[in-house]
Write a protein that binds this ligand. Structure first.
Ligand SMILES: Nc1ncnc2c1ncn2[C@@H]1O[C@H](COP(=O)(O)OP(=O)(O)OP(=O)(O)O)[C@@H](O)[C@H]1O
Ligand SMILES: [Mg+2]
Length: 244
């Protein structure tokens, strides 16, 4: 049993070096079950690297990652996935020549045994993301907003406990942005999935996140509610800028 008060995911003093470059520096933060946590900061701040450390794509140089109070530091990605940590990639990732159905099936395969159960999971996931009418279309035929939803659907088909989304709004128009934001809210509200969100659309992050962690040069610059972060002088100087 997991202690209800314990965080779902915790980073303790995590550092990741690439040669002489410190991409993530003594980073500590926690995500609680049911939260939508934003991870923001300038280009190169270490956000995607942090995802890779959580998802087992990189092993940290130092520090520990805990999931449900267990050490998962340096676990392989498939081990993290089996434990319920699934991510999307910054530069989108759908199988362009496969149908929407087959794309989502790829995501379901890891966790659902049996053809009928897998079909049901695919249908349910497609319905939740509004992709049901497009199930038989090839992914490349979808407009960009629907391709983005499909990349989320692939991740969601595994029914993760923690879903890490790396810039899910990049390049989307306002209507598509709104659609993806509503889907993220539904993923949390209806499935109870905890969400870690990396995104440069600060307005959207402020609207959808319960708390935000701000990175700068690999280190944590600030952490708090959207209002606290928006009013933080260090965050304004390093990232947000001043309205005047
Ligand atoms: N595999 C790697 N090898 C060497 N350096 C890397 C590697 N991955 C990332 N870096 C470097 O680590 C730093 C952090 O990169 P990261 O991709 O985590 O930033 P980010 O916050 O996601 O930026 P962006 O907002 O542009 O996506 C950068 O200086 C980057 O060049
Ligand atoms: Mg990145």
């Amino acid at each position: 049993m997991t202690d209800a008060a314990a965080p779902l995911l915790e980073l303790r003093d995590v550092t990741k070096r690439f040669g002489g470059l410190v991409a993530v520096r003594a980073l500590s933060f926690a995500i609680h079950s049911g939260e939508v946590l934003g991870l923001i900061g300038p280009n190169g701040a270490g956000k995607s690297t942090t995802f890779n450390l959580i998802g087992g794509f990189y092993a940290p140089t130092a520090g520990e990652v805990l999931f449900e109070s267990r050490r998962i530091t340096g676990n392989e990605p498939h081990v993290a996935a089996r434990m319920g940590i699934v991510r999307t990639f910054q530069h989108g990732s759908v199988f362009r020549d496969l149908t929407v159905r087959d794309n989502i099936t790829v995501g379901a395969t890891a966790t659902v045994r049996g053809h009928a159960a897998r079909e049901a999971r695919v249908q349910e996931t497609a319905r939740m993301l509004g992709l049901e009418p497009r199930l038989d279309d090839p992914a490349h035929a979808l407009p960009s907003g629907h391709q983005r939803l499909l990349s989320i659907a692939i991740a969601l088909a595994a029914r993760p406990i923690l879903l890490c989304l790396d810039e899910p709004l990049a390049g989307l128009n306002p209507a598509e942005t709104q659609e993806v934001l509503e889907v993220i809210a539904r993923i949390r509200g209806e499935l109870g999935v905890t969400v870690l969100l990396v995104e440069h659309n600060v307005g959207a992050v402020m609207r959808i996140c319960d708390r935000i962690v701000v990175l700068n040069f690999g280190a944590k610059l600030a952490e708090g509610t959207p209002v606290e972060v928006r009013e933080n002088e260090h965050v304004i100087d390093a990232y947000l800028g001043r309205a005047d």
